[in-house]
Design a protein around this ligand. Structure first.
Ligand code: BDR
Ligand code: CA
Length: 318
């Protein structure tokens, strides 16, 4: 299996991503680092440890990462989206495991040596830990196979401001460092993640499952649906982070993912956090910019990712 380091801000859809990765035989999660975003880095680590406990995977190391973002302090989380505890108020059983003594930045750097050339990074929160790791060791990209980051909005509107997506908005300076480093990045923006949705049918199937992790995920979706009711007009939720995880696992294929220049707006104006994606050459077809190593995911196969995700979480993949 391909080794994966997951960097996340667990988070309801981050929890779905963790569930997906744990149940996907093509990959092995070799470590998880947390960052502040939906909740604090510390709370995200606690949520992650408890989820791993429910999944019977307490062997996986979890490290707390950066609490504050590069240029601004952590803003207090997104309780209205993800609940006060980050996982929709779902009370998972406590575990004896603690985060490891290393920081997420140290864990990532160490894993990059242990799995040099094969390690894939999946980032489903602000990109602060990745930026710090690049700052600390500029040779990191040489040892990384690929970075898949949920974040940004290419042509779609933003979700936290009219033009910015939350993960990028929280730490635009870090995102700019990550997209301009010399490694292969796949950005999984709102353009594609908002098209893949769980509804009450999917939730019901999770809640009816005999699998404790599937049931826990079904439970936390209730809070997520409350929020997305106001976005989609019905009880449902976008599948941002699990889609990035499935792309990184190589199970979901990209059918349209042009290599295009991406710049992040790091100014203090209304554009802060916007991903400025140069799609002009796309008018002439699927044209990759030579030498650009950032691809933007715009279409995937299978088209019905929600069914695929549900099947994997239930242990009955299609
Ligand atoms: C992203 O922001 C977070 O709230 C979600 O977990 C996801 O990673 C979507 O904009
Ligand atoms: Ca997230």
């Amino acid at each position: 299996p391909a080794p994966i380091y997951l960097d996340c801000d667990t988070g309801i859809d981050d929890a779905l991503a963790i569930g997906y990765l744990l149940k996907t035989p093509a990959v092995e999660v070799v470590g998880i680092g947390t960052v502040s975003g939906n909740t604090s880095a510390g709370q995200a680590a606690e949520n992650t440890l408890r989820l791993l406990g429910v999944a019977g995977r307490s062997d996986i190391r979890v490290a707390v990462g950066e609490h504050d973002w590069l240029a601004q302090p952590y803003g207090g989380g997104a309780a209205h989206v993800h609940g006060d505890n980050g996982i929709g108020g779902t009370e998972l059983p406590s575990v004896q495991q603690h985060p490891i003594d290393e920081s997420a930045v140290d864990l990532l750097l160490r894993l990059s040596h242990e799995h040099s050339g094969t390690l894939r990074i999946v980032a489903t929160g602000p990109l602060t830990n990745l930026a710090r790791a690049l700052e600390r060791d500029p040779s990191l990209p040489e040892r990384i196979a690929e970075v898949v980051a949920m974040g940004g909005a290419a042509l779609a509107p933003g979700n936290i401001t009219p033009v910015a997506e939350a993960n990028i908005f929280h730490d635009p300076e870090a995102a700019q460092v990550v997209v301009s480093a010399d490694w292969d990045v796949i950005l999984v923006p709102l353009d594609i993640t908002m098209q893949h949705v769980f509804d009450e049918g999917h939730q019901g199937a999770l809640l009816d499952s005999g699998d404790p992790l599937a049931r826990a995920l079904g439970d936390m979706l209730g809070h997520y649906f409350d929020y997305y009711q106001g976005v989609f007009g019905r009880r449902s939720s976008a599948l941002h982070d699990p889609l990035a995880a499935a792309i990184a696992a190589g199970v979901v294929r990209l059918t349209r993912a042009p290599a295009v220049p991406v710049e992040v707006d790091t100014t203090g104006g209304p554009g802060r956090g916007q991903t400025i994606v140069d799609m002009r050459m796309q008018r002439a077809g699927h044209v990759d910019h030579p030498e650009v190593r950032t691809r933007v995911a715009l279409d995937v196969d299978p088209e019905d990712f929600a069914s695929h995700l549900l099947g994997v979480l239930l242990g009955t993949p299609a």
